[in-house]
Ligand binder design. Structure first.
Ligand code: TXA
Ligand code: MG
Length: 347
């Protein structure tokens, strides 16, 4: 059974923005669309509002949040740009990719709350490329923290209806349609000796290196650093509640003979002999990413005993998708969801 939701979805018109701004001004949260996924927004300078975000998400307190800015001109208020090496990098990437699906990890400015940074000396910042997000930020006039608007560890929402199903508490959701990119922003750490990608996304390490004119360590190349906490870096993350496995083409055809499984294929139409739930995503990595989370949610809701996900090409263009798939299908999640009881009721 799904928990009855009391979230209120509003169209992003003048009335919607008025109500959303009122909520933010009284230190409450508002879910809003970005080009990547929907965010759970709150005033980044309000301890009460930020605490509410952690509470709603069920997110551990030491996991830092991304600070969303209305423009790159706000950067100096949140990041310490006194190191020339860091500021040259940050301004070059901001000029090229903002607004857009790129998050920069920079030394934090003195005023940023430790609840936002997770107690680290760094802060993650980005300017989202969605007209609704940008208007909300501009009219609010201050930064908003905005983690993906899902319960901790679950699949990120790419439609307003997904957000509604995540929370059973009152929550205002601004509806901006479905998210163009569909997976979370690339996170690049600019404070290290060599810039390094902490979470792969639509902006690749190769593109970052081209703009910076220096080497950038790709997410797949880096060895895990316990000093930097990236919740998206946990093995089990972005996971459906149904057991989900990655499988190659031959294995898929074999396993799909069990008609009670659900299948996420890539570019392959449902075979005539298969009567279960089958979703085929395009064989282009960007189009695949766009549809991925909605597909995982639909298959999760299908009542299937297991979700089988067809492997995607082992090419760099697919890195961000492969990262999300490996987290969604990590076997560790099976024990975790079993321990959580009927995890489906959390959605
Ligand atoms: O696309 C996105 O980035 C979305 C939309 C809503 O903007 N937001 C998002 O937020 O994915 P969230 O909270 O689900 O993920 C934030 C990620 C986490 O992996 C967190 O650890 C990392 O950013 N992060 C935040 N501050 C950091 C810091 N100072 N150093 C390293 N990682 C940081
Ligand atoms: Mg998230």
């Amino acid at each position: 059974m799904l928990a009855p939701s009391v979230a209120k979805v509003l169209p992003a018109d003048d009335n919607g923005f008025d109500q959303a701004l009122n909520e933010l001004r009284v230190e409450r949260t508002v879910a809003f669309p970005t080009e990547t996924v929907y965010g759970l927004g709150a005033d980044a300078s309000s301890a009460r509002a930020v605490a509410r975000v952690f509470e709603l998400k069920g997110r551990p307190r030491d996991h830092p949040l991304i600070v969303h800015l209305g423009s790159a001109e706000w950067l100096a208020g949140y990041a310490d740009l006194s190191s020339e090496r860091v500021s040259v990098r940050a301004l070059a990437l901001a000029a090229e990719f903002w607004p857009g699906p790129l998050t920069l990890v920079l030394p934090a400015a003195a005023g940023v709350m430790t609840t936002v940074t997770g107690g680290q000396p760094t802060v993650a910042v980005r300017v989202p490329a969605h007209p609704v997000a940008l208007r909300l930020l501009t009219e609010f006039g201050r930064a908003l923290v905005a983690p993906s608007a899902n319960r901790f560890g679950r699949v990120s929402p790419t439609e307003a209806s997904h957000v509604v199903r995540e929370f059973s508490e009152p929550l205002l959701v601004l509806d901006g349609g479905d998210c163009r990119v569909g997976i979370e922003s690339t996170i690049v750490d600019l404070t290290a000796e060599v810039p390094r990608v902490l979470r792969p996304g639509a902006v690749s390490a190769v593109e970052l290196a081209r703009v910076l004119g220096e080497h950038v360590v790709a997410a797949a190349q880096r060895s895990e650093s316990p000093a930097v906490r990236v919740p998206g870096g946990l093995a089990r993350h972005y996971a459906p509640t149904t057991r989900t496995s990655l499988i190659d083409g031959a294995g898929l055809r074999e396993a799909a003979k069990r008609q009670e499984v659900a299948v996420l294929a890539v570019g392959e139409l449902k075979p005539s002999w298969f009567s279960g739930h089958w979703i085929s995503l395009p064989s282009d990595p960007e189009a695949y990413a766009h549809g991925l989370y909605a597909a995982l949610r639909a298959l999760d809701d299908s009542g299937a005993t297991e979700i089988l996900v067809s492997e995607v090409p082992d090419e760099s263009a697919w890195e961000a998708v492969r990262d999300r798939l490996s987290r969604a299908t990590n076997s560790a999640h099976v024990e975790m969801t079993a321990a959580a009881g009927d995890a489906r009721s959390e959605r």
